[in-house]
Design a protein around this ligand. Structure first.
Ligand SMILES: [Zn+2]
Length: 388
């Protein structure tokens, strides 16, 4: 499957060669996500899943209030069992990493340092990836342990295939981590005392990620408005979120963008000021990290979950770089996903699955604000772009 990249969702600052190397997800894939997200976003807003506190409640520390925290050793065993069930080779790799005390620091941070990394954010002189994750026994920390493990597995697989994390296409990095996270969510759905907390975590993650779609599209529109010398109407934001758009966790950013466009308009400026340029690029690029990577990974998992073990093994090796550094098209091929229609169906199913149950509960009168899931976690909600 070959999906052309035309740069519709590229940021202007990005060197063109990065597009052709698969730096970004292809436009047609992003279009499918935008279309599927469109009706869900106002629905989520209508259910008050807007403020940080609501996300924290959903993602937070259910086991602390409903039962005991999940001890680290049990957390590791759950993750290993999940991967083992999906693909025994992945289970073996997870065991190797999580049981190596040099490779997991559970006292601080939330990232995976690739082997031999020299960048400031991830410096690691060792020839193996190291996971840093402040593990506190909450659902959120269990999920992020699986996420960071996904990065570490991709790093190991890449090395075994003779490439480094620097060859791994940018759009693949978060996709790999979210894929392992998706395997965990599915496994948790079969552990009665953790199933509800896991489902709520998935919903919160998906909803918050979907809210990034309008932020990126508004940035693209702001770009065009300045170039065409047009004002920015705040109705563009209301179209996505309704009258309550200011409750959006990133409302300030969108408001600032609109203000900057109108300031440029008033002064007759048709070039984008450099400070705004940086912001817009960050917002547009963000789309390719979240929700694109999350949705693609969750959809791939759903597709593979119903297939035989040989297919699951092959596709996860392709996705996680064991067959060399490849773009997402290769993983789609391995999973039997053919064409944009398949992608569109996959995306819609994934979004509906992730949000339906919680919104349904809210419709039935169970106020999320009064949920028995009490927020106590101060763990970061989602990693920032630089956090891996
Ligand atoms: Zn990550």
């Amino acid at each position: 499957m070959n999906v052309p990249v035309t740069g519709k969702y590229a940021s202007a600052a990005l060197p063109p060669h990065k597009d052709s190397k698969g730096y970004y997800f292809a436009d047609a894939l992003v279009d499918a996500v935008v279309e599927a997200a469109r009706p869900v976003i106002p629905a989520a807003f209508a259910h008050h899943v807007t403020q940080e506190a609501a996300f924290e409640r959903l993602e937070g520390s259910a086991p602390h209030t409903d039962g005991a925290p999940i001890p680290l050793e049990r957390g590791k065993e759950i993750i290993i069992a999940a991967l083992q069930e999906f693909d025994p080779a992945l289970g073996a790799k997870a065991t190797e990493i999580l049981h190596d005390t040099r490779r997991l620091d559970s006292t601080q941070g939330q990232q995976c340092r690739p082997a031999g990394a020299t960048e400031d954010w991830s410096k690691n002189p060792e020839p193996y990836a190291i996971i840093e994750l402040e593990y506190d026994g909450t659902m959120n920390s269990l999920v992020y342990l699986a996420h960071e493990l996904g990065h570490a597995i991709a790093d190991d697989y890449g090395h075994e295939a003779g490439h480094s994390y620097r060859n791994n296409p940018e759009h693949m990095q978060e996709t790999q981590a979210y894929f392992v996270q998706s395997i965990l969510y599915d496994h948790l759905s079969r552990i009665p005392e953790l199933a509800q907390a896991a489902e709520q975590h998935f919903t919160a993650t998906m909803t918050k990620n979907l809210y990034n779609v309008p932020v990126a599209l508004i940035a693209k529109q702001a770009e065009q408005n300045i170039q065409k010398g047009q004002e920015f109407q705040s109705s563009a934001i209301k179209d996505w979120f309704g009258e309550d758009w200011q409750k959006h966790p990133r409302a300030d950013e969108m408001f600032d963008t609109a203000q900057a466009v109108n300031k440029a308009h008033r002064s007759g400026e048709t070039q984008i000021p450099s400070s705004l340029r940086t912001e817009l690029d960050r917002q547009i690029e963000g789309l390719h990290y979240r929700p694109m990577s999350l949705l693609v990974a969750a959809g791939l998992f759903d597709k593979l979950a119903g297939q035989d073990q040989a297919t699951r093994h092959h596709a996860s090796e392709v996705l996680l770089g064991r067959q060399g550094a490849k773009p997402i098209d290769a993983a789609f091929d391995a999973a039997g996903i053919n064409g944009i229609k398949d992608i569109r169906d996959m995306t819609q199913t994934t979004i509906q699955r992730s949000t339906a149950s919680v919104f349904h509960a809210a419709d039935a009168g169970q106020d999320l604000q009064q949920s028995r899931i009490v927020a106590a976690s101060s763990a970061p909600i989602l990693p920032t772009r630089a956090t891996r």
